[in-house]
Design a protein around this ligand. Structure first.
Ligand code: SUO
Length: 452
């Protein structure tokens, strides 16, 4: 067992803080939880608290843990751009009457799922030895596409030093270049500081490749290839794998719903990829460093695709705590799904893999919109010098965690439905909360309402 030293290169998790307008509107076609829970009563306060509990627990394992702020919602600048005019209250009343689905979209707290914020490549993988960051265009859904501009601004504020961090522009927002960020990107390595393998998973490739019939493929091969070029990755250490179209049609709208990789371990469902064997073969011949790859393939007979999607087993986080070993961070739904829980016990008992612990979290508010433990975090591998260059206010310490809980309790409602979204008071509450938050996290003026 190795104890992580403070001078080591480590993987940090940047979790999205759930915003005050968290609600269920069935906005994501192809995301079965979002569709199933449309119009359910949401509890934004509980949602934010559940996320903060996970952040604090990972920080307590000795892992670098940070927070990314929510976005301004309802987003009035989008509504004005779409032709609504008048006071904020007048606009909210009009859009609620004429296009309630548009009001729901501009009110979504979906920026919480920071696995879709960007694709990040560690400096060890990039030719210029800097960390490369490309915000995702999220062009498959309006409520998500409007995150990109603010996300780019937030990431520049959090990773400010241009000698260490390169910020690319999001890819043009068009179906051919659909990009949903790190949820379709995995890195394997021997140790975090070593050069690694970057694995991009796409749903839609060339005309000769199979496509889902029912649900959209949100990530294209062309988008992934562009990111690999922008990040100056070594072509010999980069692989593009196609996600199984049948999995997409069953509700696997991102690869991180069906596979998770960490260090030398790849845990995936047998229906995750069109050609898992080719992927494994390539990893075996290409993984640099001392460790040998470890594959944990879960068969359809052990855990059905439907059980995997209902429990979000593969949306677990696989992390390396400071005291050694590897731990799975799973949603409570895994414990509640018998086939999944026994598969997890089997994985734990098997000493051919380094996984030696499981921690269960209640993330139900996010899960009901199709976002599990891994959706809520953006992974960023950082050297000690890079960690020191991150905006200091975003790191989760016991004090910051307590401040954020108090901030949530002071500003968030414990009940929200789509019918509440037109309430001008909710907009006011959100802006007041976010204004305090940027001060608390020492991030300066991030939001449109702070800059006008
Ligand atoms: N990585 C998890 C993303 C989940 C997200 N859900 C949503 O947007 C649901 C929102 C709603 O239906 O209210 C999505 O599908 O992109």
């Amino acid at each position: 067992m190795s104890t992580a030293k403070p001078e080591a290169t480590l993987e940090a998790n940047f979790d999205g803080l759930v915003g005050p307008t968290h609600h269920y509107a069935g906005l994501s076609f192809g995301n079965v939880a979002s569709e199933r829970n449309a119009r359910r009563i949401a509890n934004p306060r509980e949602a934010a608290r559940q996320g903060l509990m996970k952040m604090q627990a990972l920080a307590a394992l000795g892992l670098p843990q940070a927070v990314l702020p929510p976005q301004e919602r309802p987003h009035l600048p989008t509504l004005r751009r779409l032709g609504y005019s008048g006071t904020d209250a007048q606009i909210l009343a009009r859009v609620a009457r004429s296009a309630p689905e548009l009001l729901a979209a501009v009110s979504s707290a979906s920026a919480m799922w920071t696995a879709n914020a960007a694709t990040v490549s560690p400096s060890a993988d990039c030719a210029d030895a800097r960390v490369h960051i490309t915000p995702a265009n999220l062009c498959s859904n309006l409520h998500r596409a409007i995150e990109t501009e603010t996300t780019a601004r937030v990431l520049k504020a959090v990773f400010p030093d241009p000698s260490r961090f390169v910020h690319h522009a999001p890819l043009p927002a068009t179906p051919m270049l659909g990009d949903e960020g790190a949820a379709n990107h995995t890195r394997l390595c021997s140790d975090y500081g070593d050069p690694g393998l970057e694995l991009f998973v796409y749903g839609r490739g060339g005309d000769d490749e199979p496509r889902p019939a029912r649900y959209p493929a949100r990530q294209t091969r062309m988008a992934s290839a562009a990111i690999a070029r922008l990040h100056e990755l070594d072509a010999a250490a980069t692989f593009f794998a196609q996600q199984h179209p049948e999995a997409i049609d069953a509700g696997v709208f991102h690869n991180d719903v069906i596979a998770v990789g960490n260090r030398e371990v790849l845990l995936y469902h047998e229906q995750a990829f069109v050609d898992a064997q080719a992927l494994r073969g390539w990893i075996c011949t290409h993984l640099p460093g001392e460790r040998r790859p470890v594959f944990i393939e879960i068969s359809e007979t052990e855990v059905s695709l439907d059980a995997a999607i209902a429990s979000y087993l593969f949306n677990s986080q696989l992390v390396c705590p400071a005291d050694g070993g590897m731990r799975l961070i799973v949603a409570r739904e895994c414990e509640e799904t018998p086939a999944v829980w026994s598969a997890l016990q089997r994985i734990l008992a098997d000493d051919r893999n380094p996984i030696n612990g499981i921690a269960v979290f209640d993330l139900r508010q996010s899960m009901q919109n199709g976002g599990g433990p891994a959706c809520l975090r953006l992974r960023v591998v950082l050297t000690p010098a890079e960690r020191a260059a991150v905006a200091p206010g975003v790191w989760i310490t016991p004090e910051r965690h307590a401040e954020l809980l108090a901030w949530v309790d002071a500003h968030y409602r414990d009940r929200l439905t789509v019918d509440d979204l037109a309430d001008p008071q909710l907009l006011e509450e959100s802006r007041t909360a976010l204004d305090r938050l940027t001060a608390l996290l020492k991030l300066g003026s991030l939001y449109d309402f702070q800059r006008n």
